[in-house]
Design a protein around this ligand. Structure first.
Ligand code: BES
Ligand code: ZN
Ligand code: ZN
Length: 447
């Protein structure tokens, strides 16, 4: 509660003095709770977190409806406050046979201004984040590539955008060889999901998003150690951001043409699995020597990137992926690794990341690293074999499939997409990226 006491002043209507702690309020039966904005020492970035924690910790004591007096909050702070309150409703125990008793809390936002639009927008954002978390936290036996495809189709119907799911036959016919190679060891066949939200008719695609959708990453034949292997159900965190952003942008009816591509496969161990030493083809036509089957994310993304650039020619391309352990070694759980040669996009994403508390930090794409991708027998290899600069060489690999696109950004979100949280005892989805990319798209729409 420490930081909350610092930020929030709370009043009880039947009490004249100010309470200094939240707890004191609940002794009195039948009182409504008034939140009177934030104190002097407010840290705008954490307003959502403060309200989320407040509601999460105390909702069991609250008697609906709870009134939130918003006079002291700026519009941006109000939006964050609502997002925080909505996010406290996220239920992680989806699969418990006996559900904990939960009651819905109604919040009444009290304001002398018309805050309807802010309210609706914040609710759409939080709802989408909660949906994305459910997806990332879902177990891999339920969350197959086909399941992700169905999720996208349902979302497209509900939020009025276009979705096409390419299954095995189409993937083979269209030449998604790298996606097929990664998925060939699994009984759950791979898919590529293509979502399109194009409100500006007959005009170019503004932003193309590509997400890594590995529904479970065993490492393949280059098998991972078993400790914490269960968390590899979250290796579709990048795909979840892409699906969430397209849904949200459609819900908010932003005037931007966007395409989202998810390359999804299960990286499994089987007699049909692709092998270290194999040479595979790719959508781009470049051949790849497989050194390590655990470097599978860059393979599916390679096809996703080549495809989106060839088929849609987006003005800008952003890919998101839980791509490397190396980025976690480098930046920990604090920021995503950002790779781009486009200074404008880099600056914009850095700024928005601070605002939404979904930070990114630049790492280089120097040509020196290209030597690490050399293969004697194929156009390139998928791993240098050296345990150095892993996040960078992975990014360099992806760059080889962007056809020299001048406005491409790769975000390695392995450290930030899934992790420790005050709201669960085990690691869980963070929702990282949905607001970062949506706000970036909003800025794009404004320009
Ligand atoms: N999915 C992993 C990366 C990862 C690690 C995500 C930890 C989240 C938490 C990725 O496919 C992987 O295994 N990368 C390897 C690449 C290596 C074999 C070149 C890695 O980073 O160790
Ligand atoms: Zn892997
Ligand atoms: Zn992976």
């Amino acid at each position: 509660m420490e930081h909350l006491q610092q930020f929030i002043t709370i009043k009880d209507p039947d009490f004249n003095g100010e309470f200094s702690t939240v707890q004191m309020l609940y002794g009195a039966e039948g009182n409504r709770v008034y939140l009177l904005g934030l104190g002097e020492e407010k840290d705008a970035v954490k307003v959502d977190e403060a309200f989320r924690k407040l509601s999460f910790d105390h909702k069991k004591y609250w008697k609906a409806p709870v009134q939130v007096v918003t006079a002291d909050l700026s519009e941006a702070e109000l939006q964050k406050a609502i997002i925080g309150l909505e996010m406290s409703a996220y239920e992680i125990g989806t699969f418990k046979s006996k559900k904990e008793e939960t009651k819905a809390i109604t919040f009444e936002m009290v304001s002398d201004k018309d805050i309807t639009a802010t309210l609706q927008e914040a609710q759409a954002i939080a709802e989408t984040i909660n949906r994305i978390k459910t997806l990332v936290d879902a177990p891999a036996n339920q969350k197959t590539p086909k399941f992700l495809g169905q999720w996208a189709e349902d979302s497209a119907k509900a939020s009025d955008y276009k979705c096409t799911v390419l299954h095995e036959k189409e993937l083979k016919a269209q030449g998604f060889h790298a996606v097929m190679a990664v998925g060939q060891g699994s009984v759950n066949p791979p898919v590529v999901i293509v979502t399109e939200y194009m409100p500006k008719k007959d005009s170019a695609v503004d932003i193309g998003l590509v997400g890594k959708g590995i529904t479970f990453d065993t490492g393949g034949l280059s098998i991972k150690p078993s400790t914490n292997l269960h968390y590899m159900k979250s290796d579709m965190g990048g795909a979840a951001v892409v699906l969430g952003v397209v849904e949200l942008v459609a819900k908010l009816k932003l005037n931007v043409n966007i395409v989202g591509v998810v390359a999804s496969a299960e990286n499994a161990v089987d007699s049909n699995s692709y092998r270290p030493g194999d040479v595979i083809d790719s959508y781009s036509g470049k051949t790849i020597e497989i050194i390590d089957t655990d470097a599978e994310g860059r393979l599916v993304l390679a096809d996703g990137l080549s495809y989106i650039i060839k088929a849609f020619q987006p003005k800008q391309v952003i890919d998101l992926a839980t791509l490397t352990g190396s980025v976690v070694q480098t930046l920990g759980y604090t920021a995503a690794g950002m790779f781009t040669n486009n200074t404008e996009m880099s600056q914009e994403l850095s700024k928005i990341g601070v605002d939404t508390n979904e930070r990114v930090w630049p790492l280089p794409l120097f040509t020196d690293y290209e030597a690490d991708l050399h293969s004697d027998i194929a156009d390139l290899r998928n791993y240098s074999g050296k345990p150095v600069a892993g996040a960078i060489t992975a990014a360099k690999f992806l760059e080889a499939f962007t056809d020299g696109h001048k406005a491409w950004v790769h975000l390695d979100i392995a450290g930030v997409s899934f992790g420790d949280s005050p709201y669960s005892k085990m690691k869980s989805a963070s929702g990282y990226g949905v607001q970062l990319i949506t706000n970036y798209i909003k800025e794009f729409a404004g320009n």
